[in-house]
Design a protein around this ligand. Structure first.
Ligand SMILES: Nc1ncnc2c1ncn2[C@@H]1O[C@H](COP(=O)(O)OP(=O)(O)OP(=O)(O)O)[C@@H](O)[C@H]1O
Ligand SMILES: [Mg+2]
Length: 580
């Protein structure tokens, strides 16, 4: 035995050749036993690794054991356990880069093979760590790589000795077993972490399902219920014990026929899922609607192993839906009533405004009759003179009757026109615009003539409209009367009222222009309001244009608007043409 530096050199014995004794095997078995016990008990990775180091150290007097692992990010080696090494020693070893001169552990990882250095003071493999060897009197160092499942080294298990020495077969085996125990401990730690995480996830899922408001049921392949949650008990009113092991048929309401369930199962077979509304029955016998989805779960061989059903009680929604429907129905009736009332109110207003126009109309009739009445009077007076002068012969009488009848017919027609106007429309009809304007002209021309107003109507022949004919006539009369009033009020010199019509796309435009001076800008947006008038009391009620707008827009689904033109006002009525 010789002493070099602080180290003793064990010479003269080839330790590698010494065979392992039964006691040594016993020791090795004991280490394994201890580590396995640690793993199965209250496991702590650091405790287990440290215990392993200490047990290994006990197998080699004057030695220290250490475990280093490669940091996956930095690829550098770090000490993870070395219970007998002082902190300064551990600090000196941290962040060791594996390489050909990085000591026994740096080499074991670098070369991925066991490294047995007998003399760390001289061996090239220890070149970078020589100072460490001197400082801590590490004379020999044997290191075994720890390998992953692909046999790649990711760490080392080492025994360093305060004597220069080579490992015996026993020590080599000790290192080998130690390295694989480290692997087992680390793997176990990893798997424990995964299991703990999964366990936490499962517990969370279980709690969530237990406390969900939806009923949740899992059945086995034979459709026997193996799991259910609180909501299932509450919704169905059965106790858990009563449900477990049963077929979900216990919830069937009896409302659905066989075909319903056959279709449902066919769908589950084909698509592995089904969802829809189903009526089920509570323990109390009450039936109620549920929104249900079923999912079939397959095992690794593709065979259905379970069915999962989630059911939402939709009776409240159904009730709300029913109430909503009722409200809607009521609302519809209310609206219908209101529309009917409005229509009745409009009809009354139209009638009233028509009666209001009656006075004006009587004036119109008077105007219209004045001229033919005068002619009749003249004809009768002429007859007397002719008789006195003996001029009355058959020819004369024929002529006189013809003239008189012509005048009487004309007057009778005027009466007919007025009668038509005063009769309210009972239903919508198709009518020709030109005829309507001709009638309006007939009703009003004498009145306009007497005020010296030129009335020009320019309506194409075949515009057919659909709606309330008399009401449209009333609108035209309202507008023309307003124009006449403006003209009279402003004493216009060459007064003209013009009505024309043209078609564009599916619409017909009726335009009434006057040169009565126009509508003041500040009242333009009020003229269609009810009871808006600028006329003195007794002359205007202010409902003419309001009624006109109601008739055109509400009753005939058209549009009416006013604007000013050069010398007066222009009213435009837009109505849908009746398609031929
Ligand atoms: N062509 C027009 N030129 C100038 N002002 C007009 C014309 N048409 C309507 N107006 C103005 O619009 C107001 C409202 O007209 P509307 O026909 O609704 O009522 P009114 O003619 O005053 O009364 P009535 O109920 O007897 O028709 C009129 O008072 C008048 O000031
Ligand atoms: Mg008016």
């Amino acid at each position: 035995m010789q002493n070099i530096g602080g180290c003793t050199l064990l010479e003269g014995q080839n330790v590698e050749e010494v065979s392992i004794s039964p006691e040594q095997f016993g020791e090795l078995l004991k280490i394994q036993q201890v580590v396995l016990d640690l793993i199965t008990g209250d496991f702590n990775k650091y405790e287990a690794l440290s215990k392993l180091c200490m047990l290994a150290e006990a197998m080699l007097p004057n030695s220290i054991a250490s475990i280093m692992l490669v940091d996956p990010k930095t690829k550098l080696l770090n000490v993870i356990s070395a219970p007998s090494v002082p902190q300064v020693g551990i600090d000196a070893l941290q962040n060791l880069k594996p390489g050909p001169n990085a000591g026994s552990c740096g080499n074991a990882v670098f070369r991925n093979e066991p490294i047995f250095v007998k003399d760390t003071f001289t061996d090239e493999k220890w070149r970078d760590l020589r100072q460490l060897a001197y400082d801590f009197n590490l004379c020999a160092c044997w290191s075994m790589p720890i390998r992953d499942k692909n046999s790649k080294a990711y760490g080392s298990f080492a025994l360093s000795s305060f004597e220069h020495r080579s490992p015996s077969s026993f020590h080599k085996l000790l290192l080998e077993i130690g390295a694989s125990l480290v692997g087992i401990i680390l793997k176990h730690e990893q798997q424990t972490a995964i299991i703990t995480e999964k366990q936490a996830g499962l517990e969370l899922a279980y709690t969530a399902i237990e406390n969900a408001t939806e009923a949740f049921i899992i059945t086995d392949a034979d459709n026997k219920i193996i799991m259910l949650n609180n909501a299932t008990e509450q919704i169905f009113g059965f106790d858990r014990k009563h449900i477990l092991g049963k077929n979900p048929k216990i919830f069937a309401s009896g409302i659905h026929d066989l075909i319903f369930y056959e279709d449902m199962w066919e769908m589950i077979r084909d698509t592995k899922s089904w969802s829809g509304e189903i009526w089920n029955k509570r323990a109390s016998g009450e039936i109620f609607p549920q929104q249900m989805s079923i999912k079939a779960i397959s095992d690794n061989n593709g065979n259905i192993s379970n069915y999962v059903a989630v059911m939402t009680d939709v009776s409240r929604y159904k009730e709300a839906e029913r109430q909503l429907e009722e409200i809607n129905k009521n609302l519809e009736n209310i609206i219908k009533d209101e529309i009917a009332k409005n229509r009745a109110k409009d009809a009354l207003l139209i009638k009233q405004s028509r009666q209001a126009a009656m006075g004006e109309m009587i004036a119109n009739i008077a105007h219209q009759w004045r001229q033919p009445l005068n002619s009749l009077a003249l004809t009768i007076q002429d007859e007397k003179v002719a008789w006195e002068y003996g001029e009355v012969d058959k020819k004369y009488v024929d002529e006189m009757v013809k003239t008189s009848m012509g005048l009487i017919n004309y007057m009778s027609k005027t009466i007919d026109d007025f009668r038509t106007f005063f009769r309210p429309d009972s239903e919508k009809t198709d009518f020709n615009l030109q005829n309507v304007v001709a009638t309006v002209k007939n009703l009003i021309s004498a009145n306009l003539d007497s005020n010296g107003i030129d009335f020009i109507a320019n309506i194409p022949e075949n515009i057919i409209l659909h709606g309330y004919k008399n009401e449209l006539m009333q609108v035209l009369l309202n507008i023309i009367n307003n124009a006449k009033d403006a003209i009279v009020e402003n004493s216009i010199e060459k007064p003209i009222i013009e009505i024309l019509a043209y078609e564009r796309d599916e619409n017909c435009f009726i335009v009434i222009k006057d040169n009565g001076g126009g509508i003041a800008n500040d009242i333009m947006d009020k003229i269609f309001d009810p009871y808006f008038t600028t006329k003195e009391q007794g002359k205007g009620t202010g409902i003419g244009l309001y009624m006109s707008k109601t008739i055109i827009e509400d009753n005939m689904q058209g549009n009416i608007y006013a604007e000013n033109i050069k010398d007066g006002a222009m009213f435009t009525i837009v109505l849908k043409k009746q398609s031929a």
